[in-house]
Design a protein. Structure first.
Length: 127
């Protein structure tokens, strides 16, 4: 994998993670909605940043069409989010840790698997 692809993945991933985190923590801080709903809203607003950025920059050299890549990337992102949500809610229910800290740690852990699945499955064209 090209070094520039890894760099773009980090930049795009950080941008999408920032959107997700800032939206989720900002909304949860108001205490108007639950952490679960705040986390979901953060994911939904970060997904377009992630997909479009990775498609155009991180994995620009891959041969997968939008019709091939989008459903796979959505499956990867949704699976990552479901794991994220499960880990966040279980950690919050079993510890006194604050939402902002739990979400930050979980997002880093999930990002690693998302990268690998995106690189080797979602944006990989037909062989």
């Amino acid at each position: 994998m090209k070094r520039s692809s890894i760099s773009w993945f980090a930049v795009i991933g950080a941008a999408a993670a920032a959107v997700h985190y800032l939206v989720a923590v900002g909304i949860e801080f108001t205490q108007l909605i639950s952490p679960a709903k705040a986390n979901t809203l953060g994911f939904l607003l970060a997904f377009p940043v992630s997909y479009l950025g990775h498609r155009k920059l991180s994995f620009a050299g891959h041969t997968a069409t939008h019709q091939q890549a989008f459903p796979k990337f959505f499956a990867v992102a949704l699976t990552g989010f479901l794991v994220n949500q499960f880990m966040v809610l279980n950690t919050l229910s079993s510890t006194a840790l604050p939402f902002w800290l739990v979400l930050a740690v979980v997002m880093v852990l999930v990002a690693i698997s998302t990268y690998l699945l995106s690189r080797y499955w979602a944006f990989k064209g037909k062989v």
